[in-house]
Design a protein around this ligand. Structure first.
Ligand SMILES: Cc1ncc(COP(=O)(O)O)c(C=O)c1O
Length: 398
């Protein structure tokens, strides 16, 4: 480690709250699919800031939009009408086949908005005292008190009790358990169609169909958390398009503005009727710069046909990961995922594997102890996929 890195690490530990287990890597700059450390060493970025920089780092078109908008209008608050946020909301709703957007600043905030809307819609539009939100084991929905309560993983809740009421978690892939849990008190079912933090676990088509059927039969809202899966990541613009379901509420964040903080809760006209002026708000949501950048992100995704590209490159990458599983059956259990949201599941804890990959010059991530997770920029060149597979083969053979 360089002196510069060691000094940065010490200063970080002195002044920033210790909430992250950080990589032994200081990033001095980033461009496209490469990160550069303080010694000038380059790394292939297979994480994209955890599924955020989908178009690659420091994209010139986005830098230009950012700079232009910074000289035109940055922030006036949501007390005023602003063209940038309307243009983005129009483009996003038309791409998703939904009607209305609430713009905010993060994934947790988008899920908070969804939970609040579900409760308020039930009470004010449906005139039902239904407030519970049913979620799935293994899910991850954020770190605010409501969203960590919704999250189906015990570790995020430790020492934060008392937790808010009105959340029920049911086992994964068990339609009968979900059916039992959805009662007259239920406002909504909230699911990730491919669990990200939960270990890159795609739901089966049958289960998703059952979830939608239960929601429709019992007249509760189907809310899909696409914070990690949305914006082309899975090889469809939204993961719900793989499953042919029609959610009532969809939450987005991560890839929306390619690295600027933005969240969105997207819904139908009917359900949006649950909100009224004063019911919910955020100071920064939908500001000029993030909205202008997010509109440009949508344009690039469409013009560069990134959704289709993600599908083909994701299939190629997954095929290569399957080959590794066949080659190293004693170490690897399976390869899974959709599009460029992929996981290589080890039989034993795999912390050593991401560290070995890092030493080879590749940045990936380990989740649920045994799952090496790949969430690269959607523009990742094929040569980088091949180089990643070669590096993995080296590491697994060693
Ligand atoms: C599926 C999902 N939901 C919600 C969140 C929370 O988003 P944020 O960290 O922007 O609050 C995340 C973040 O990893 C996520 O993956």
């Amino acid at each position: 480690m360089s002196d510069q890195f060691n000094t940065l690490k010490a200063r970080t530990e002195r002044v920033l709250c210790s909430t992250y287990g950080r990589y032994p890597l200081g990033v001095a700059r980033a461009e496209g699919c490469r990160l550069t450390d303080f010694e000038g060493r380059e790394y292939v970025d297979l994480l994209a800031g955890i599924a955020v920089c989908n178009l690659g780092h420091c994209r010139p078109e986005l830098a230009r939009v950012m700079a232009e908008q910074a000289q035109k209008l940055v922030h006036v608050s949501n007390l005023f009408y602003q063209e940038e946020q309307v243009e983005f909301a129009e483009a996003l709703t038309s791409a998703m086949g939904l009607d209305k957007v609430f713009l905010c600043n993060s994934g947790a905030e988008a899920n908070e908005a969804a939970i609040k809307l579900a409760r308020r819609y039930m009470r004010t539009v449906k005139q039902r005292d239904a407030y519970e939100v049913v979620t799935l084991e293994g899910s991850f929905h954020g770190r605010t008190l409501a969203t960590l309560t919704a999250t189906g993983q015990g570790k995020v809740k430790e020492h934060f009790q008392p937790l808010p009421e009105g959340f029920v978690t049911v086992p994964w892939d068990d339609p009968a358990a979900l059916d039992d849990a959805v009662t007259g008190k239920t406002a909504a079912v909230l699911v990730e169609l491919v669990q990200g933090e939960g270990g890159v676990r795609p739901m089966s088509t049958e289960y998703v169909a059952a979830v939608e059927r239960i929601c429709r039969d019992k007249d509760v809202l189907l809310m899909v958390d696409e914070i990690q899966t949305g914006m082309g990541r899975t090889g469809n613009f939204m993961a719900y398009q793989h499953y042919g379901v029609s959610p009532d509420i969809v939450t987005l964040a991560k890839g929306l503005a390619n690295g600027l903080p933005m969240g969105a809760m997207v819904t139908t006209d009917e359900v949006a009727g649950g909100f009224a002026p004063g019911a919910h708000a955020t100071t920064f949501g939908g500001g000029g710069v993030v909205s202008a950048v997010a509109l440009e992100v949508l344009r690039i995704i469409q013009d560069d046909k990134l959704v289709q590209r993600t599908r083909t490159e994701g299939q190629y990458f997954l095929g290569k990961l399957h080959d590794l599983v066949d080659e190293f059956p004693d170490t690897l259990e399976e390869a899974r995922g959709v599009g460029l949201m992929l996981g290589l599941v080890f039989r034993e804890p795999a912390g050593w594997a991401w560290q070995a990959l890092l030493a080879h010059g590749f940045v990936a991530n380990c989740t649920q102890e045994r799952v090496l997770r790949f969430l690269p920029p959607l523009i990742l060149p094929r040569e980088d996929i091949d180089a990643t597979i070669d590096a993995l083969r080296d590491i697994l053979s060693a």
